[in-house]
Design a binder for this molecule. Structure first.
Ligand SMILES: [Zn+2]
Length: 196
């Protein structure tokens, strides 16, 4: 169990991992905290956006859309490998997921299949949205994959977590397919190697 790091610590952790970070507007206080808890936090969740174009993608993740107000994550990782901070605090990214998966993340054990949507993930996970169409064909540039690895590792390093604290939305909520185009096991291996 961990209290979320401060916005300043989050920014510092990302920069210290070697990331290029773009601060967007009032990201430090843009959140959904009025709707519920943020923390304790247990892990990092990765997503794809189903969008094309950095500016449009960042704007959508900051503002959200009708029926799902932003922020839709904390950091948006665009194809060029930059991390755009759009919000901090509770964000609409994880939705309801499986309590058994959460228990496995907390214990840093292998994940069971997600087959229930009974637990509020927005309170429990840091979220990174990654610019990709999610059609299985849109490429994931190496700069972007490296930025995903670094962002996840930065959060894990701060909290003393290992790579098993990094999960994909598809491992959390039944019916979700993101991120698509790389495997979460391959990304966890990269995070593990970076944390060594
Ligand atoms: Zn998602």
């Amino acid at each position: 169990m961990a209290a979320p790091m401060s916005a300043g610590s989050f920014l510092k952790a990302l920069k210290e991992e070697g990331l290029t970070v773009v601060e967007v507007g009032d990201w430090r206080t843009h959140n959904r905290n009025a709707k519920g808890a943020w923390g304790p936090v247990h892990g990092v969740m990765l997503h794809h956006t189903v969008t094309k174009g950095a500016a449009r993608t960042v704007d959508l993740c900051r503002k959200g859309y009708e029926g799902l107000p932003g922020p839709l994550c904390h950091g948006v990782i665009t194809k060029d490998g930059r991390v755009h901070l759009v919000g901090y605090g509770r964000a609409n990214h994880a939705g309801l997921g499986d309590d058994e998966v959460l228990r496995a993340v907390i214990a840093e054990k292998a994940l069971p299949k997600d087959n229930e949507a009974n637990t509020d993930g927005n309170a429990r996970f840091y979220g990174f949205e990654c610019e990709n169409l999610g059609d299985g064909e849109d490429p994931w540039p190496e700069e972007q994959l490296e930025a995903i690895e670094k962002a996840a590792a930065a959060v894990c390093r701060h909290h003393g977590w290992n790579e098993r604290s990094v999960i994909g939305h598809l491992e959390w909520q039944p019916g979700k397919v993101d991120p698509r185009g790389f495997t979460m096991n391959s990304m966890r291996e990269r995070v593990r190697d970076r944390l060594k």
